[in-house]
Design a protein around this ligand. Structure first.
Ligand SMILES: Nc1ncnc2c1ncn2[C@@H]1O[C@H](COP(=O)(O)OP(=O)(O)O)[C@@H](O)[C@H]1O
Ligand SMILES: [Mg+2]
Length: 241
């Protein structure tokens, strides 16, 4: 069972005239139950996935630009105003885990290198060498493989760095950790491969309100499948003069 059971906005905090409740999907507040250990958020660019993930990460006590409770490197933005408007229900409350924003992974890698200057054993948790000296995909997987254990993992588009083969390896890792009840994953993704994880809930942000959908109902799955089944049909439309 998931550690984080639900998040709900506190009604008096919902002000549609200001960010974040000015985002259409949040205009009536937020009310989400987490019934499985793996939850995905899908939605168009700008639909609000990162805003929600950042608030969840902040509610977990993680640095909102990526990392865990012990990682407190400097970051340019201020905290999320959504987190302070939410009520979090936990059973039990876990404090271990990780938030990964794809955009701030570089800063995170630099921060780990700085820590390792004082204590090189730190790099053992990240595959034994600087995250800057591994390819993007290698360093992501090193992080996943070496760091992830019991806890809650909030990941913003982790597929960005992963080849299809590494996405499969990542799916196996999710399975290993979540099926044994050690980990909860909350992931924003555009990857039809990741979204196909068999025992996940997918929340779509593409309608008037957040709804649960199957992977086959997502645009990500349908467009990718239709495209690969017959790319010429798409090109005839796309390249029409
Ligand atoms: N700090 C902010 N202030 C005002 N608007 C913001 C802020 N951060 C994001 N937005 C807007 O909120 C919307 C949702 O953004 P985001 O959560 O990043 O979407 P997604 O991750 O789904 O692409 C976008 O229209 C974005 O421009
Ligand atoms: Mg985003």
């Amino acid at each position: 069972m998931p550690f984080l059971k639900s998040i709900r906005s506190i009604p008096e905090c919902v002000d549609r005239s200001k960010f974040p409740f000015s985002i259409p999907i949040l205009s009536h507040g937020l009310d989400l139950e987490f019934s499985k250990n793996v939850t995905f958020f899908v939605g168009e660019n700008g639909s609000g996935k990162s805003t929600i993930l950042e608030a969840i990460a902040e509610g977990c006590g993680f640095n909102h630009s990526g990392g865990n409770r012990n990682h407190s490197y400097a970051s340019s933005d201020s905290g999320s105003s959504l987190a302070s408007a939410l009520h979090f229900s936990w059973m039990p409350k876990v404090t271990n885990g990780f938030f990964m924003r794809a955009e701030s992974f570089y800063n995170f890698a630099t921060y780990i290198d700085e820590l390792a200057e004082d204590d090189s054993s730190i790099l053992q948790a990240y595959g034994g060498k600087s995250l800057h000296h591994q390819s993007h995909g290698e360093s992501f997987l090193a992080l996943f493989t070496n760091h992830f254990s019991r806890g809650i993992y909030v990941l913003d588009e982790p597929e960005a760095a992963l080849s299809p083969n590494r996405q499969l390896a990542f799916l196996a890792l999710i399975h290993e950790l979540e099926s044994s009840g050690k980990a909860q994953f909350i992931i924003a993704s555009h990857s039809p491969m990741l979204l196909s994880y068999p025992d996940a809930v997918i929340f779509s942000l593409d309608g008037e309100q957040i709804t649960e959908v199957s992977v086959q109902e997502t645009e990500h799955y349908r467009i990718t499948k239709d495209f690969l089944d017959n790319p010429d049909r798409f090109f005839r439309h796309l390249f029409a003069e």
